[in-house]
Design a protein around this ligand. Structure first.
Ligand SMILES: [Zn+2]
Length: 158
């Protein structure tokens, strides 16, 4: 018997709440830009599911930022929007940097020098994933391991 990853179990619980008529929280901001192959609409839907999980007390505890390992993790970072609860706890400052990395790869490189060599964020690519790749990685039980392996292979090609 294989065990489902905890984030997938949580996603199914939230799907059941929604199917049971639980209203989705309202997104009150402009539609976000696409990210790693997911459209703005898909990103909003993930935010709504995450927020609903938080409202009903099912979101995991956040403590320290998983990137700098110093500041409080006030937010969650989603790298693969086709896996709604595959999230990393992150502080506001590191979160902004993660999303700005495509715009200024040089600054991103400088930032990475301040982060531990084995940190998950070191494996993020400085370019967006295609939709097909993001979906494929989302379907791997160990999504972060799969993402790291993909990124390492991609960087070796260049
Ligand atoms: Zn941080």
């Amino acid at each position: 018997m294989s065990m489902l990853p905890a984030d997938i179990v949580l996603d199914r619980k939230i799907d059941m709440l929604i199917e049971g008529g639980h209203p989705l929280p309202r997104w009150g901001w402009p539609e976000p830009a696409p990210y790693n192959g997911a459209t703005g609409t898909e990103r909003v839907r993930v935010w709504q599911k995450n927020h609903l999980a938080w409202r009903v007390g099912l979101m995991p505890e956040r403590s320290v930022c998983s990137v700098c390992e110093k500041r409080d993790a006030e937010q969650w970072h989603g790298e693969l929007y086709f896996r709604p609860f595959a999230l990393m706890p992150i502080c506001r400052s590191c979160h902004a940097r993660v999303h700005r990395r495509f715009r200024s790869p040089a600054r991103w490189g400088e930032f990475l020098l301040t982060i531990k060599a084995d940190n998950w964020v070191q494996t993020l690519l400085p370019e967006q994933l295609s939709r097909d790749t993001a979906i494929k990685l989302s379907n791997e039980p160990d999504w972060l391991g799969a993402l790291s392996a993909f990124a390492a292979a991609r960087q070796a090609d260049q």
